[in-house]
Design a protein around this ligand. Structure first.
Ligand SMILES: C[S@@+](CC[C@H](N)C(=O)[O-])C[C@H]1O[C@@H](n2cnc3c(N)ncnc32)[C@H](O)[C@@H]1O
Length: 229
């Protein structure tokens, strides 16, 4: 990221505050993607490559395959990688401009890209997917609507399906950064998926963070599996 990251963060905070005041707390994502005019340097989370921890996690679990749902797919790098290694991928984002951008970047893609809102998802996604990927989504959804977003994630899982979450981890001793994003507590996360079986919860520090997004802050990669009927 060459553009001044601090300027982009200030812009995002202002847009997020305004959106909240206007009663559309997630409306700023469309504004950000639209005004970026296809310049990925204006999208602070754009890695332009699949998330390395997701890649490692999947590579170690060859038994997971089938239908994958990528939530808040951004510019599409995670969904394209999953499709390339054999998943049948549906990827969605609340922002139409982000989905248009994905289609332009990957014109020959077989990923099913669509505009949808995690807070009111299509009915026919229920019990349909073997893998749900949520990278940096719950942490950008304000607290008062985050519970519903987390609850909806597990509805998409079929029996034995996995949900994979990656994000900032809340730790009381870490100096708070301007929000969004809001770091997520381990207790909160585990309570949201208590009907599922916890597979792993791992804290990590992303030293080689290509987006320059606060590399020293604690993060988590966690997954749960739906077991039984
Ligand atoms: C921080 S970005 C992360 C994007 C991508 N997952 C990544 O790791 O690069 C959050 C993404 O979630 C999308 N998003 C936010 N709220 C959403 C919702 N309720 N439903 C679907 N997508 C949402 C935003 O438009 C944005 O693309």
């Amino acid at each position: 990221m060459d553009k001044n990251l601090e300027d982009i963060r200030i812009k995002i905070q202002k847009m997020a505050e305004l959106a909240e005041d206007n009663g559309e707390p997630l409306g700023w994502f469309e504004e950000l993607y639209e005004t970026a005019n296809r310049d990925s340097q204006d999208v602070p989370w754009a890695r332009m490559e699949p998330h390395p921890q997701m890649v490692e996690w999947i590579a170690n679990r060859p038994e997971i395959n089938g239908k994958a749902l990528v939530v808040g797919c951004g510019l599409g790098d995670d969904s394209e990688w999953l499709e390339d290694i054999g998943f049948d991928v549906t990827a969605f984002d609340i922002s139409k401009s982000s989905i248009d951008w994905c289609r332009e970047r990957f014109p020959d893609s077989t990923v099913d890209y669509c505009v949808a809102d995690l807070l009111s998802p299509p009915e026919d996604w229920k019990n349909k997917f073997d893998l749900i990927v949520e990278i940096h989504i719950l942490q950008v959804i304000p607290e008062n609507i985050r519970d519903l977003a987390a609850k909806n994630l597990s509805l998409f899982l079929n029996n034995n399906g996995h949900v994979l979450c990656i994000g900032r981890l809340y730790e009381p001793n870490v100096v708070e950064q301007p929000s969004p994003p809001w770091p997520l507590g381990q207790f909160w996360l585990e309570s949201k998926f208590e009907d599922l079986h916890l597979v792993n919860f791992t804290r990590f520090i992303s030293e080689n963070n290509s987006t320059g997004d606060f590399p020293s802050l604690p993060r988590f990669i966690a997954s749960w599996q739906k077991i039984g009927p």
